[in-house]
Write a protein that binds this ligand. Structure first.
Ligand code: GLA
Ligand code: ZN
Length: 686
């Protein structure tokens, strides 16, 4: 394991070396009943909270008329929170704009994909290109930075709120054309890259290009892909425009933006260089369906956000009880909120934060869970649960700033997902890319093995094992990176649909997987068979039969050793899984989609061979149902989180040696966990 030294503790802000426990706070909604503000301060301390995120949707209060700022409420609140021992994450207000701004400058509002101009409404409804909106945002951000940037209470900036969506207005269309002009240089290059002679869709000039939409061109896959790239780039650029005035005033400012669960629209990897730390809003559907699956999927995103900056992230929003926007808004069962909060910390979060501090009295989120209910006191089940989390964070303070050491990474890549989903082939409606990534992640989750999530062109050198499910898009850089990873001793595990298209979505010629990857894996993929949902295939591996679902690729071993074979249909006897030694490493290939059992079998052999560190001793089948374990480290100590997501007590879970129980006290070598229970343990790294 790579040992981190104490010095490498990495905080969101060096001036605040603690866990944050807080919430989105909207005091402007209570401006006429200021006694509530004082009550909030009393309750904040009782809840063991030390942070408030303010200003998120405050533009109308802060700039009631164009150019006329009124910071009085924010002045008062920041002082109050600080005086009561709390710190502030200060938002920029671009997530929702005041009426006057939309009325006076309609260009700031979006046009949807069918060309309809949006009216003033809702939130997250801005044109990401509009020079006026950018200017207005810069102005208010500058004013906020000048006023509060150096305030000791302000430890970080929350830029906008959940950036998302697209705009199809004339300004955005023009910006898209410029983006393409810059990328391709000439229209001939673009035509070549897009294979646009197909259906006579050749462009004569950049002026003919329109954003893909239901009423325009959607059959050019390279164009569709570039539109996603553009939407990402334009939003990243919009964010830069927000950050610049803040950093100009305050060089040390730490900025983030709150990202989301399974957000499809932007390639989040592109935000990496604009944010100082990652943060996200987590709202899993606890208590619905398979609780293990819910926990694992949420864990995947915690792993993603930690991997994005390779350092602690913040759980910027979560609900202490229920949300108001699921189809069925179920309460978290007692204990679940504490467990879900510790799950984030186990994966590398340095905070537990809620949406929202106090339930609003009106409008669409009035029934969304909050620390303080309409009833208004500390005498609620939810409030007590939040206070309990606060006390736990205080007890485990030494874990703040520590890292997570992962020997395994899964490649999850937006561009790959967009291209794969766009491809008209395979199963038309759902290629199940993310689901497939989850399925591999689940193997490690069930065995308490730390796992990072990386993009297709990431630096892979520190990992012992890379799993690349359905890595359909490989460009020259990906090919080179995967090849040298294996050459230098890495173990790479890839699946069906590897290396089929390049980064403008043109098929690789000369056989799949692309170029050198054929040598690395020692295979050639000649065809792929898509099964109807009610059909299955069959695979034999070490004399045992496994079921294949959805995809069976017809591959040929060209140097690879055949591990498993198809046992059904006209391709019976073809290889279904292979391994190939290449340079100092090994490349495994799984040609079919399994139901979980096959990958468990093969990955468990690989994990043994690579001696992957397991946070708990576990059998080949993994930990008991619902149980998992994660570790953080400061280089000297290992902090072990054992979590039980099941509704049953799990008894006598053995540990890897002696641990100090950070919550209960004393030394332990075994623990039992009640339903939704968790333990936080510590041991010296030998
Ligand atoms: C998102 C938003 C919040 C709030 C919550 C409700 O995460 O950022 O403003 O609407 O959802 O769950
Ligand atoms: Zn626009």
């Amino acid at each position: 394991m790579i040992a981190l030294s104490m010095k490498e503790k990495n905080f969101v802000n060096e001036n605040f070396r603690k866990f944050l426990h807080g919430a989105d706070y909207n005091p402007e909604q209570w401006i006429e009943t200021k006694e509530i503000w004082d009550e909030d301060m009393r309750l904040m301390k009782l809840a063991h909270c030390n942070e408030m995120s303010v200003g998120i949707f405050s533009w109308a209060a802060l700039e009631p008329k164009e150019g006329e700022y009124d910071f009085s409420f924010l002045d008062e609140i920041i002082e109050k929170v600080y005086a009561n021992g709390g710190v502030i994450i200060l938002a920029t207000p671009s997530g929702a704009r005041p009426h006057w701004l939309a009325d006076k400058y309609p260009e700031v509002l979006r046009v949807d994909a069918t060309g309809r101009k949006m009216h003033f409404s809702a939130r997250h409804n801005h044109c990401f290109t509009s020079p006026i909106y950018r200017k207005k945002v810069r102005e208010i951000n500058s004013a906020l930075a000048e006023r509060y940037g150096k305030h000791p209470a302000v430890i970080a900036w929350h830029i906008s709120n959940e950036y998302g969506g697209e705009c199809y207005c004339p300004l955005c269309q023009q910006a898209f054309r410029n983006f393409l002009r810059e990328k391709y240089g000439s229209i001939q290059n673009l035509n070549r890259a897009y294979w646009s002679s197909f259906w006579s869709h050749t462009y004569d000039s950049f002026d003919q290009i329109e954003a893909p939409s239901p009423i325009t061109e959607q059959s050019i896959h390279g164009l569709n892909l570039d539109w996603h790239r553009f939407a990402t780039a334009q939003t990243v650029d919009f964010m830069k425009n927000e950050v610049e005035p803040i950093k100009a005033v305050c060089h040390q400012a730490k900025v983030t933006t709150n990202m989301m669960f399974e957000y499809y629209g932007y390639d989040y990897y592109q935000f990496k260089d604009v944010i100082d730390f990652a943060s996200w809003d987590s709202y899993p559907l606890w208590h619905s369906g398979n609780q293990e699956e819910t926990a694992e999927r949420c864990a995947f995103w915690h792993d993603f956000y930690r991997s994005l900056k390779k350092k602690p992230f913040l759980l910027m929003e979560s609900t202490p009880s229920l949300v108001n926007w699921h189809e069925y808004n179920k309460l978290k069962r007692p204990g679940m909120d504490n467990l879900a909060s510790m799950q984030a910390v186990a994966h590398g979060s340095d905070s537990v934060q809620y949406f929202q501090w106090r339930k609003s009295r009106g409008s669409v989120e009035k029934f969304h869970g909050a620390v303080v209910d309409h009833e208004g006191t500390e005498n609620t089940r939810v409030f007590r649960s939040v206070a309990k989390t606060g006390k736990i964070l205080e007890k485990i303070q030494e874990i703040a700033g520590t890292g997570v050491d992962a020997q395994v990474a899964i490649v999850y890549d937006w561009e790959n997902m967009w291209a794969l989903d766009d491809s008209q082939g395979f199963a038309a409606k759902d290629k199940k890319y993310l689901e497939t990534c989850y399925a591999y992640h689940r193997y490690f989750w069930k065995r308490g093995i730390n796992c990072d999530i990386v993009d297709r062109n990431a630096d892979l050198s520190k990992y012992k094992l890379i799993v690349a499910p359905m890595l359909y898009m490989t460009d020259a850089r990906t090919e080179e990176s995967l090849t040298s990873y294996v050459e230098n001793g890495g173990t790479l595990y890839a699946t069906y649909a590897l290396g089929m298209v390049n980064d403008t979505d043109l098929c690789h010629l000369g056989g799949f997987p692309a170029g050198k990857l054929k040598e690395v894996f020692g295979i050639w993929n000649e065809e792929i068979d898509t099964l109807y949902p009610d059909q299955t295939g069959e695979v034999t591996f070490r004399g045992k039969k496994y079921i294949a679902h959805d995809y069976c690729e017809l591959i040929h071993a060209r140097g690879a050793k055949v591990l498993a074979e198809y046992a059904k249909d006209f391709y019976a006897g073809y290889p279904a899984a292979t391994v190939h030694t290449y340079g100092k490493g090994k490349a495994y290939y799984q040609a079919f989609r399994d139901g979980g059992d096959f990958k468990d079998e093969l990955l468990s052999d690989i994990s043994e061979e690579l001696n992957l560190y397991k946070n708990l001793p576990s059998s080949k089948d993994g930990l008991p149902f619902g149980v998992t374990a994660h570790t953080r480290t400061d280089g000297e100590n290992r902090f072990l989180f054992v979590e039980n997501y099941s509704e049953d007590e799990v008894k006598d879970i053995s540990l890897n040696g002696n641990y100090e129980d950070m919550l209960g006290g004393g030394e332990v070598t075994k623990i039992s966990l009640p339903a939704y229970g968790f333990a936080i343990l510590k041991s010296k790294i030998q």
